[in-house]
Write a protein that binds this ligand. Sequence first.
Ligand code: SF4
Length: 248
Amino acid sequence: MMRRKPAAPSKVKTKAGAALVAPLTAPAVPKTPEPVDAATLREIFARLSAANPAPRSDLQYVNPYTLLVAVVLSAQATDKGVNLATRDLFAKADHPAAMLALGEEAVRQHIRTIGLFNTKAKNVIALSQILVERHGGEVPRRREELEVLPGVGRKTASVVLNVAFGEPTIAVDTHIFRVSNRIPLAPGPTTDKVQEGLEAIVPEPYRHNAHHWLILHGRYVCKARKPECWRCVIADLCRYPDKTPAPV
Ligand code: SF4
């Protein structure tokens, strides 16, 4: 069987007639758009705010403690799944001492429909123990004290600080990470970088609710596989180059 020779680099000739080998060039990579400017950023939040003036978390909770537990349980699980599991759990235990009295095995049974339920049941009991022993059964309001609780990382602490205590934190989950990089608002390679970027640029009147608006926008409109750009209220401001056309 004859083998084809690989294509040789193309030759060009100089005015003097000497042959030069033209360099091989890499295929063109689509250029990442520049982040939106400050005026556009403000307009984006003005529109998200107008569309949903009082955004709320999809997670159900009745106090800072149940919010904390719900967010811990929501890692790698849907809010809907968490709500189904916590409805009965929180009816029996809506504060740390009651959760300890319920015990790890009962917690495990309540949350067994959620991913990683064994680890999460252990974490819920362990964090409840710490809240009782060190914080008088209350959820602390300081990030450093939240982030040392079992199962609580930077994102969970940011959600609790924002939702329970009104801090203008922006907890970056998979939805906010995607939305921020697509539009782009504050693009970055990691959730921490995006969080730092967003917290630095989101205008003051929108800081407290930015977290909710961006999560809900990512979850229901700017979806991962196929963003629904045709019904997006900020489509004319977004610089994402591969917008989805309206369905026929
Ligand atoms: S236009 Fe499309 S890509 Fe841009 S924010 Fe809206 S849904 Fe997302």
